[in-house]
Write a protein that binds this ligand. Structure first.
Ligand code: SF4
Length: 278
């Protein structure tokens, strides 16, 4: 088990605790599976995190640096000109906070009492003073990148929550946001320690009409003392169920607890004890 993964978090971070906030990724977890959301936010037991996408993070970091040059110069980035976006990167004293994970931009949502938050990649501003929310994405695929796949609905919701958060903070926000999509090319003759990208700017028209309703549903979910339904079938639960079935014969054996929960590791050189359920 990873030394960093601690499934049970401190109660401060649970719903009702002083440090609990509803991040945009938690909203997405609720949409995917109310049960996992409830176990995480109310009962305080989180799913193991996925592997970090270090290459994607590197692309994000480099794009931020590049757009920052134009932010401070108040100039248009060549990609904006290429894709006909009449805007420049937005300069604001809070930009670094808005972009920082676990901080981001937030607002108080009075009907639920939630503090809702999200960390953005970038914001551009057009000559009318309207903001365009921008999200960087990185992938590597042979075909043209689009936003058409069903699994990309999460990207669209992400954009819509950011647009909503900026409006709640008093900004005038255009419905049009942009995805700056970097696609790693694999058709070079050799790697030569370089990965080249095609970068495309894809506009997306956001609709925020689902957000208030979803926040009320989230509140109702958190305020009941009952485990909600699961979302669509997911690999985590399939795995958990399969493990439960495989362990049943061991659990049913009438042996003392101390012997069931501890078995000798055959492969281990020092034959240290391993917990069967760890
Ligand atoms: S179905 Fe998946 S997401 Fe839902 S409770 Fe089970 S593990 Fe969590």
């Amino acid at each position: 088990m990873s030394q960093y993964y601690k499934p049970h978090r401190k109660v401060d971070w649970n719903y009702g605790g002083p440090r609990w906030r509803l991040s945009r990724s938690k909203i997405d977890l609720f949409i995917q599976c109310p049960r996992c959301f409830y176990i995480d936010n109310k009962l305080g037991t989180a799913r193991p995190p996925g592997f970090p996408f270090n290459l994607n993070s590197a692309v994000d970091k480099l794009l931020k640096k590049e757009f920052d040059i134009h932010r401070y110069a108040k100039s248009t980035h060549p990609l904006m000109s290429k894709y006909g976006v009449d805007a420049i990167p937005f300069e604001h004293k809070n930009m670094d906070t808005w972009r920082e994970n676990f901080k981001g931009i937030d607002c108080f949502h009075a009907p639920t009492g939630f503090t809702v938050s999200g960390a953005i990649d970038d914001v551009w501003v057009n000559p009318k003073g309207e903001l365009h929310i921008v999200d960087y994405k990185a992938t590597s695929k042979d075909e043209e990148v689009t936003l058409d796949a069903e699994w990309q609905d999460g990207y669209k919701r992400q954009m819509e929550i950011y647009q909503w958060l900026f409006r709640q903070n008093g900004f005038t926000v255009s419905d049009t946001g942009y995805f700056v999509y970097a696609n790693g090319k694999t058709d070079a003759e050799a790697f030569d320690a370089k990965l080249e990208f095609d970068i495309k700017v894809i506009p997306y028209t956001g609709k925020a009409d689902w957000i208030d309703k979803t926040l009320l549903e989230i509140k109702a979910c958190l305020d009941i003392d009952a485990i909600p339904q699961t979302g669509e079938a997911c690999d985590y639960c399939t795995y958990r169920k399969a493990v439960g079935e495989v362990l049943q014969p061991f659990i049913k054996k009438d042996v003392p607890n101390s012997k069931v929960s501890k078995v000798k590791s055959k492969d281990s050189e020092d034959s240290h004890e391993q917990s069967l359920f760890s």
